[in-house]
Write a protein of this length. Sequence first.
Length: 392
Amino acid sequence: MYLSIMKGLPTLLLLCSTALLCSAAPAVEPVTCSEDGGAAAARMAAHHIDEKHDHGYKFKLSEIKGNKVEKVDDGCEIELQLDLMETTCHNINPKHFEDCMIRGETQRAVMANCSVRINVINGDAKVRNYHCDTRQVKTDSEMVSICTDCPNLISLHDPEGMKSVKEAVQRVNENTTNQNYFILKDVGRIKIGWTMTGMNYWAEIALVESHCRMGSRILPEACKPLCPDRARHALCHSSYSKSKGLMSVECDYYPPMNSTALGDGEREPICRHHGGRGPPDHDGPGGRGPPDRDGPRGRGPPDSDGPRGRGPPDHDGPGGRGPPPPTGGDDGGPPPPADGGPPDQERQRHRAQFHRLHCHGSDAAIHPICPWPRPEPRPEPRGPRLNPREEA
């Protein structure tokens, strides 16, 4: 059934969430130095992590693994060991992270083991720092024993996967009901698996509205995003067949936080570049967001990856479907192409549009929680200064 639906969806499907309403998130309890105050401290830490996590998917608290309280003058220092689970809410989703659904095991669940330090001085609690180890809950080999036909996560930089992403963005910009072009903000995840049509790719991508008007001569790839509070965002699920190309794209749209109309002759404000961020780089080891919104009946999009072309089935049963045989190990990376892969310039073409994030992850298929506070960027090295005669 799923395959027949996907094959019958060659055109863009758009789900517009235009009536998102605010919902008040439960207040965070005061953090104290008592031994039984671990729950309040853990919830405060989860809120802080959510505020600072600006790419990929939201995480929510799963379990408190450790709570150590050390009394100091005028307060205490709290050290927490927390398990957080990735949800199906992308970072652009205005829904409060505590109301988001955690991915199921067959959806390739992702977890983060976090160490958090909190200082409490004169009753004032502040997060001092945290560091998280983000990984898939199950390796590819472990998943085979649970679900032999479930698609695998592959690198967010996979050339064929990025080709599917590029075509999906182009399809979205063919939708003439949009006033402005949308550009890629974030590649959330890419899955690969076998179906009756051959090798299929399922991608989840976050888009942001740009300054460029629909139909302008500017290539969408060259457009800049609107200011974060002025831009619409979209989370799109695409299906792509290696033999037939792009099969479908379906998007959930989120309205801007600031919908104030511009005055006569007034132009959109110019903000620091915040969009166009692609997947995090994976070449080494290991202010508050939008208002909280929630609820069914038009008050927020569903969290599921389920039907209507929004992702691959978790288990398609027999018949040769599911992921290809693992050839690249259990790190979630893609198998090497049979022809040795595309040339370097092709890989760079897909990656050139992205900007580096602030941290690296050991798994190229997922977005890690970056440590906080983030290290200061290293200054660019300066070359030897020439004397005036040499400069002339």
